[in-house]
Ligand binder design. Structure first.
Ligand code: GYE
Length: 340
């Protein structure tokens, strides 16, 4: 009997031992770490090239030689770089520029909008819409009164400096003159070019006693420039100089001076801004005395800035153009070297 009891005891011990092994929850093994995720290649941001650029370009219009050269610069450079250019001519109407801006915002293909603004104001809403739509905006030629964080950068001239240069050069032209009455032909009055050139001229004209006796817009064109000058000459011929804010208005003024029986460039000095071929030819003819340069060939700089913005590279908020001054004595030599 004893041995039976022993056997039963052994069996029971063995059974329990077995159960212990199978039920006692083994201390959970170290939780197995989930497999390290495969090293996910971080998705590198796309690097844009010029061929990825689809540009909506809103031009002011086609008011003269400077504008024609500016437009040609954008079309030719786009072809050279393989950029898709959607060009819009606003025909000098601000409402056309605003609607074109919205059309380019709605155009899913357009990733860059370039604007040559007719006026400095009225842009905040469309700029915010463009930003919300993820479109890069670059200003060319004309600056605007809007927050800098609403556009990538502005590529264009320092028009105030152009005005200062104009006054300094007019002082040279009128040196020794008993009177220094100057009349000013202004571009379209809401534009940065007109506002800033006028400001710069007024900053420096006092250095030699220039007085601006008349100031009126000729809207950048020779027809209106001539008509305004004709009206002034009917009032008084006591005018020693003309400050024309662009070449076309200066050429119109020269015509009016001739028709009044006076000699432009001699009886009345003429200074213009832009330095297009027409101004060089007028300097060679003796009708215009001095020209302050304003560079229209901006497309390479603008497209380069737009590409940097597409690739999230930092940009200054303004890239000023480099420009000079040209004199009648040098015009014949320089004209053959000019691109516009
Ligand atoms: O001087 C004039 C054109 O914005 C700098 O616009 C440009 C001006 C230029 O109509 O000829």
């Amino acid at each position: 009997m004893k041995s039976m009891t022993t056997i039963v005891r052994v069996i029971l011990v063995l059974a329990f031992a077995f159960a212990a092994v199978s039920c006692t929850p083994t201390a959970p093994a170290e939780p197995t770490q989930p497999p390290a995720p495969a090293a996910t290649a971080t998705t590198a941001p796309k690097v844009y090239t010029y061929k990825d650029m689809v540009v909506g370009f809103i031009q002011t219009g086609s008011e003269g030689g400077w504008r024609a050269a500016n437009t040609a610069s954008f079309k030719e450079t786009a072809d050279q770089l393989g950029i898709t250019l959607k060009f819009y001519d606003a025909q000098n109407k601000l409402e056309n520029q605003i609607s074109a801006f919205r059309n380019f915002i709605a155009d899913k293909d357009v990733n860059v909008i370039i604007l040559a603004a007719l006026e400095t104001t009225g842009w905040d809403e469309v700029l915010k819409e463009a930003q919300a739509a993820g479109k890069i905006v670059v200003l060319e030629d004309r600056r605007i009164d809007a927050s800098e964080d609403l556009y990538a950068t502005y590529i264009g001239s320092d028009f105030v400096e152009e005005g200062r240069k104009a006054a300094v050069e007019m002082c040279k032209l009128l040196e020794g003159s008993e009177k220094k009455n100057v009349v000013e032909l202004v571009g379209n009055v809401g534009s940065s070019a007109a506002k800033d050139r006028g400001q710069g001229f007024r900053e420096k004209m006092g250095e030699c006693g220039i007085t601006i006796t008349q100031s009126q817009t000729g809207n950048w064109n020779s027809t209106e420039g001539k008509a305004v000058m004709e009206a002034w000459l009917k009032q008084s011929t006591d005018i020693q100089g003309v400050f024309a804010q662009n070449d076309e208005m200066g050429l119109g003024a020269a015509e009016a001076i001739k028709e009044a029986g006076l000699k432009p460039g001699t009886d009345i000095k003429i200074l213009t801004v832009d330095a297009t071929a027409g101004a060089f030819k007028a300097m060679i003819a003796g009708d215009i005395n001095t020209v302050v340069e304003c560079n229209p060939l901006l497309a390479p700089q603008v497209y380069e800035a737009a590409l940097k913005a597409l690739n999230n590279e930092s940009l200054p908020k303004w890239v000023p153009s480099q420009e000079g001054v040209f004199y009648a004595a040098d015009a014949a030599t320089i004209l053959p070297t000019r691109k516009y």
